[in-house]
Design a binder for this molecule. Structure first.
Ligand code: GDP
Ligand code: MG
Length: 175
């Protein structure tokens, strides 16, 4: 379709992290401004498209939503090498999801191309009363590894746009 050509470049972005951290919700909030409280497990891999404008360039984002389960690792690692940016997500109410961030990052290191941009995202910031991972722990990990860090909520949409904006901007800068 003609309108599909209405962009200057395309970036592929991959959302990764344990099952249940909110990847699918984050993408739905970003692309459609919606939140669904029901947990619908993602099978394999799926993507959504959104076009953004950065410095007069129309950039088509193809954002891939992966399944976090180990059994899908074989499928999803195939997609790593084509991604220019990664949102590596944990859930602030789930410490295991935070501790697993290093494993996800080592997957990125093993399977992605060298210059991919990475942001660590602490999701579910609206659940302050159930917080298991202090903000500072996330910040410390990100600064130790040299990545940007955002705390966000797919439910309230807090920092969802700014997280994507930061990732897209850093991809633009390194091009
Ligand atoms: P995924 O497995 O990483 O794709 O996680 P989902 O997007 O399916 O979300 C898992 C569950 O967490 C669902 O019940 C969502 O409604 C819920 N959820 C996702 N993001 C948030 C958030 O920011 N705040 C709250 N309170 N719940 C969330
Ligand atoms: Mg999902």
């Amino acid at each position: 379709e003609y309108s599909d050509m209405n962009f200057d470049c395309m970036f592929k972005i991959l959302l990764i992290g344990n099952s249940g951290v909110g990847k699918t919700s984050f993408l739905l909030q970003y692309c459609e401004g919606k939140f669904n409280p029901a947990f619908v497990s993602t099978v394999g891999i799926d993507f959504k498209v959104k076009t953004v404008t950065v410095k007069d360039k129309r950039i088509k984002l193809q954002v891939w939503d992966t399944a976090g389960q180990e059994r899908y690792k074989i499928i999803t690692t195939q997609y790593y090498r084509h991604a220019m940016g990664f949102l590596v997500m944990y859930d602030i109410t789930n410490e295991t999801s935070f501790l697993d961030i290093r494993n996800w990052l080592s997957q990125v290191q093993q399977h992605s191309f060298g210059n991919a941009q990475i942001i660590i995202v602490a999701n579910k910031s609206d659940l302050e009363d159930q917080r298991a991972v202090p903000t500072q722990r996330g910040k410390d990990l990100a600064s130790e590894l040299g990545y940007d860090f955002f705390e966000a909520s797919a439910k309230t949409s807090d920092s969802v746009q700014s997280t994507f904006h930061a990732l897209v901007s850093s991809i633009c800068v390194q091009m």
